[in-house]
Design a protein around this ligand. Structure first.
Ligand SMILES: Nc1ncnc2c1ncn2[C@@H]1O[C@H](COP(=O)(O)OP(=O)(O)OP(=O)(O)O)[C@@H](O)[C@H]1O
Ligand code: SF4
Ligand SMILES: [Mg+2]
Length: 335
């Protein structure tokens, strides 16, 4: 079946004073209908830039190559008017900090009315707008919505503001929601509530979700597939159950080993040694080589090709992790 979002061989470089800096280097990403896909990787791996490219929201100094398709339609060939219609009514994105998406000097109601108007084919009257705004706030679990539409963002908690942002994004009934670290700025209990809300919305609306996160525990609980990025490349992808149970790429294995485990999350952690190289430091070999326990000479001189395992995992590595025997029930990654 044709994927909703189909990204092939995406390359993004930024033109800077230091020259051209490649930050996304040949990414393939396919999102099917009603699918929820986790996008993970350390800071700077190109997760947000990949998502921004799909939304047509890259900075002016970005140079893009590759193919981005929405329901078969080539996105790069669309003009600004078509792209802004697609954003909202077809695909929408929420960011880490809700305050960056809200206007501090406008009430929640006014901002919701604008989002509804933008995505509504016919002109709605004042009372219809208000009813629709209240109903969207109810959908995202904002208590006393008829009261809250009169509030300004600073009068609401971070968690409530993020719910409001999600309500604004739902105004156009998008088929795909890209949630870029939607909970990082929130405290732990609120984080869990926002993730639960996204899952409920996916259930009710059949929406697809790309969940960008650093939390593999959340990926294990919520996603169908996971895509692991490192230095602008997808190093491993596949069904969550297979990838997390028996990662084949040493980087995925390293991310899993650095997770807190045990009842209280107090077991010894094994962090990945070293740091992520800067984009301008990358050579022609595997970018993970300086940090990889399996690295050998060939890893420095060339790029490994992608291989597909029997469990549906696609990974690129000269010396992959051995396959682990299947466990009947996977224990939760963290509590
Ligand atoms: N406008 C820009 N000009 C130059 N470099 C940029 C620009 N925007 C982003 N970058 C660089 O692109 C790289 C990838 O950034 P990106 O934001 O996609 O990382 P990320 O995987 O989302 O990381 P994080 O987990 O920290 O959000 C980073 O090295 C970043 O500094
Ligand atoms: S290709 Fe080599 S350096 Fe890269 S992850 Fe595999 S073993 Fe490690
Ligand atoms: Mg990011």
């Amino acid at each position: 079946m044709q994927p909703l979002l189909d990204i092939r061989e995406l390359h993004v470089a930024f033109s800077t004073d230091q020259g051209e800096v490649p930050v996304v280097r040949g990414v393939d990403l396919h999102i099917g209908r009603s699918e929820i896909v986790g996008l993970v990787g350390e800071s700077g791996s190109g997760k947000s830039i990949t998502c921004m490219a799909a939304m047509g929201l890259l900075d002016d100094n970005a140079l893009l190559r590759g193919e981005l398709r929405w329901a078969g339609q080539l996105l790069q060939s669309q003009d600004d008017r078509v792209m802004s219609r697609l954003r909202g009514s077809e695909l929408a994105m929420i960011f880490q900090d809700p305050m960056s998406a809200l206007n501090p000097v406008k009430t929640i109601g006014k901002q919701l009315y604008e989002a509804i108007r933008l995505n509504s084919p016919q002109r709605l009257g004042g009372s219809e707008l208000k009813q629709r705004a209240i109903s969207l706030l109810k959908d995202v679990g904002v208590p006393a919505p008829d009261h809250r539409i009169k509030a300004y963002p600073h009068q609401l908690s971070g968690g409530l503001n993020q719910r409001v942002v999600i309500a604004m994004m739902l105004a156009g009934n998008p088929h795909l929601l890209i949630a870029d670290e939607p909970t990082t700025a929130l405290d732990v209990t609120v984080q869990a509530q926002i993730i639960d809300l996204l899952m409920e919305l996916r259930e009710q609306r059949g929406m697809s979700i790309v969940l960008v996160t650093h939390d593999l525990g959340v990926v294990a609980e919520t996603c169908d597939r996971v895509v692991v990025m490192y230095c602008g490349k997808v190093v491993e992808s596949g069904p969550v159950e297979s990838v997390l149970q028996s990662p084949r790429h040493p980087y995925t294995a390293g991310l899993l080993a650095s997770l807190p485990r045990g009842e209280n999350g107090d077991d010894e952690l094994t962090p990945i040694p070293g740091v992520v190289p800067e984009p301008h430091q990358l050579g022609k070999g595997c970018a993970f080589a300086p940090r990889c326990p399996n690295a050998s000479g060939c890893c420095l001189s060339g790029m490994p090709a992608s291989q597909l395992s029997e469990t549906g995992q696609l990974f690129s590595c000269f010396s992959p992790q051995p396959v682990k025997p299947r466990q009947p029930h996977r224990a939760p990654l963290n509590e």
